[in-house]
Design a protein around this ligand. Structure first.
Ligand code: ADP
Ligand code: ASP
Ligand code: MG
Length: 401
């Protein structure tokens, strides 16, 4: 007898047949004598469709109303799954995020979970019910509905697992585990039996959306053992945990992130304090800057390029344009048709030549690099978006085949 949290993503509950498939799997776990809490996402493309509906009416809706709208997707899924389980004849109850006790901060659209008041969940489990909880949502202290950011249902599941001290947290999805690269992009990608929290966190943060990065962060913090597995096939998945016993690979995986925009501020005066001025302007507005490149000065001028997520680009441009006089640059350029491709792995620490091998793979594939960023355990390059998939394949196969 164990307490098990199972999370099913949007593609796993996309239609009636899939909801029934999930119901059967959940009931199977329940009938083995376990206490089961199930977290579900909105069906299929529901969240994208809701965003589109919003934009048909208002291109710039408030974040509060957006969260009100988006949270409805998960509410549909929990009710449908509960009905499917009722039909099988097993006691079940569905709970929205707020009924399940999710208290978040007020950062609408990307809220953080402060606490889960687990009383209701525990009381329902005590009554031998399967408890189904809407992922991706909570309530702030002013009773506004909040959402946790795209892909956030994974984080809901891990947060519940930590709060009720579950024995296991299983993330069911449309692939059967974490691969060395997105298997939809790299046909030669292989499934990993195990991966460390740190490597998974790097991969997820660099675009491998198989897990929400904050779910991994939270799993590490609370020591929640995660397993990523298939909703459709009954095969072993990938275990995410603190340390793995598998042979150390030079790199663990390749990730791609298309949510990148590059801004270049050209012809800045080459004097101390300029970079500080540019980046403090952005950080004051909560705009996170990723890769930064400063060109070597010429004739007392220099250029600074940097990347932000696409949703921050417009605001960043407006801020810089408003400060044109005080910053004293010549012009600003920007582009969105770019992608960040990264490699991740603790094996690259103290292994010179990893970067060279990555660049060689790109050279062999005829792909030009715009920017580079490195740390001890990861290397990222910025390239044209139309080359991104080819780059993932080339880099993957160079290191991992
Ligand atoms: P869900 O709706 O179940 O949350 P997601 O679409 O969020 O599913 O995540 C699963 C997808 O993640 C897969 O379909 C796959 O295309 C993508 N993915 C990206 N990188 C990886 C990787 N390294 N391993 C496995 N899947 C990956
Ligand atoms: N439905 C939300 C999304 O599409 C949350 C999730 O799927 O995890 O982003
Ligand atoms: Mg997801």
């Amino acid at each position: 007898m164990a307490i098990i949290v199972q999370k099913f993503g949007g593609s796993s509950v996309a239609d009636a047949a899939k909801v029934e498939n999930v119901a059967n799997r959940v009931v199977e776990t329940y009938r083995e004598g376990n206490s089961v809490v199930v977290v579900v996402s909105a069906q299929g493309d529901t969240t994208d469709d809701l965003i589109e509906k919003a934009h048909e009416i208002n291109k710039n809706p408030s974040k509060r109303e957006m969260d009100m709208l988006l949270s409805s997707g998960e509410q549909i899924s929990i009710a449908l799954l509960a009905m499917a389980i009722e039909k099988i004849g097993v006691p079940v109850i569905s709970l929205t995020g707020w009924q399940a006790g999710f208290a978040t901060n007020s950062n609408a659209g990307n809220a953080r979970i402060n606490k889960i008041n687990t009383e209701r969940i525990m009381a329902e489990l005590d009554q031998k019910k399967i408890v189904i909880v809407a992922g991706f949502q909570g309530l702030d202290k002013y009773d506004n509905i909040t959402t946790l950011g795209r892909g956030g249902s994974d984080t809901s599941a891990v947060a519940i697992a930590a709060a009720i001290r579950a024995d296991k947290c299983e993330i069911y999805t449309d692939v059967d585990g974490v691969y060395t690269a997105d298997p939809r992009i790299a046909p030669n990608a292989v499934k990993l039996d195990e991966i460390t929290y740190d490597e998974m966190l790097d991969l997820a943060s660099l675009g491998a959306n198989v897990l929400h990065n904050r779910s991994v962060e939270m799993a590490k913090k609370y020591g929640v053992r995660l397993e990523v597995k298939s909703s459709f096939k009954k095969v072993d998945g990938t275990i995410v945990k603190e340390a793995v016993s598998v042979e150390k690979m030079l790199i663990r995986g390749v990730a791609r992130d298309n949510d990148v925009a590059r801004i270049a501020v050209i012809g800045l005066e080459d004097k101390p304090g300029i970079a500080f001025k540019v980046f403090s302007l952005l950080s004051k507005k909560g705009i996170n800057v990723d890769i930064i490149l400063q060109s070597i000065g010429r004739e007392n001028k220099k250029d600074i390029s940097f990347t932000v997520t696409k949703n921050h680009m417009q605001e960043a441009l407006e801020l810089l344009e408003a400060e044109k006089d005080s910053l004293g640059y010549e012009e600003i350029t920007h582009r969105e048709d770019i992608s960040k491709v990264s490699i991740v792995g603790v094996g690259m620490v103290n292994n010179p030549g990893v970067a060279a091998t990555m660049f060689e793979a790109l050279y062999d594939a005829g792909i030009n690099i715009h920017m580079i960023s490195t740390s001890e355990t990861k290397i990222s390059v910025l390239i044209n978006v139309q080359n991104a998939e080819k780059a993932v394949q080339a880099i993957h196969d160079k290191f991992l085949i």
